[in-house]
Design a protein around this ligand. Sequence first.
Ligand code: ATP
Length: 377
Amino acid sequence: MNRQDYGVQGRVIVERPTGFRLDVMVAARPGEVIAVMGPSGAGKSTLLRALAGEIPITDGEFVVGDVRVTPRHRPDPRRLGVVMLDQRPLLFPHMTVRQNIAFGLRTHGATRARAHADADEWLWRVGVDGAGDHRPGELSGGQQQRVALARALATGPRLLLLDEPLTALDTETASDIRTLLREQLRATHTTAVVVTHDAFDAAALAHRMAVIENGEVTQRGDVSHVLAQPATRFVASAAGLNRLRGTAKEGMWTGRSFGVPVRISSAEGGPRPADGHPIVAVFRPADARIARAEDPTWTGALQLARNDIEAEEAETGQWLARVERLEPAPGGARVYVSQPELVVDVPSAQAAVLRLHPGDPVRVFIDPQHVRFIPAS
Ligand SMILES: Nc1ncnc2c1ncn2[C@@H]1O[C@H](COP(=O)(O)OP(=O)(O)OP(=O)(O)O)[C@@H](O)[C@H]1O
């Protein structure tokens, strides 16, 4: 078969007895890497398991290369040519590393000598040459994941499925394996679907991404486009962005904070949504600022905010908010506030001065030059 035929395309529908329904269109061109992100329970693993032929689809159909999968026809995974790479390497512990890789090649018809020679070549490609005679248990977690990648790619799968392949690794090892994965996927022109919770991995590994929420695709497109134009709160938070839904009025975002009107403007030019249309204000947590409210009591702080509105002195890009929780973050603190819900990254020096606690009234400020408006879908 011509290598150009490879890729995956179709509609995957899986209904669970629990009432959960997955219904997604999948399409990856040959050699293309698609990232799949989504909240817990969205159906990402269900999708991978269906694509791997591990569970039947209830409806729809898809093709992997030229092999068709339907609710009634579920080919043998080897014939389907789909290989799954898990969070954990899952190597055979009683075999040597070389035998682990050669095993798959042997089941594809290679002679013992050929399989062993190819296994050594693969060990070299993934940077663990010399480890061939060791048992997996004698290698580090990162080395084992390298071997698992070699084993997955060695048989030239039509489709490689990666389920959170970097999650179980420490940061430094994850970084090495991310680079290796990227290089090898490109070099072997392997079509792949990678499930990840990390937008950085999606951007590093994939050409395009699909977001699954509650069994459906809520956004798809080029990775950078999806992350920059988040269509849902989940994507915004995965991309590390605040996403505030409001209504367009006089070229500004308008919403409410504790019943008090709030406005945010954007420095961006271009067409503005007509008044009354829903719009979303998007900005980074590090671009918002926070200060203690002028009055430390809630009644006092709210009264001041209302007075400003009545006197028409309420400034755009600032409003009263409530601290919900605080988390340590690199270089400072991450502050979660409500009404509207958003995240503000506060540098250490300022966090030390502010001494915030959950329940405190604060003022949030956002400069228009850091705000982007996108139409609400
Ligand atoms: N074997 C099963 N039988 C019945 N229902 C299942 C089974 N496995 C998963 N589900 C249900 O399918 C839905 C989707 O689960 P799935 O594991 O695919 O989500 P996920 O996006 O991979 O989540 P996570 O990120 O937490 O792994 C959930 O409601 C789950 O309870």
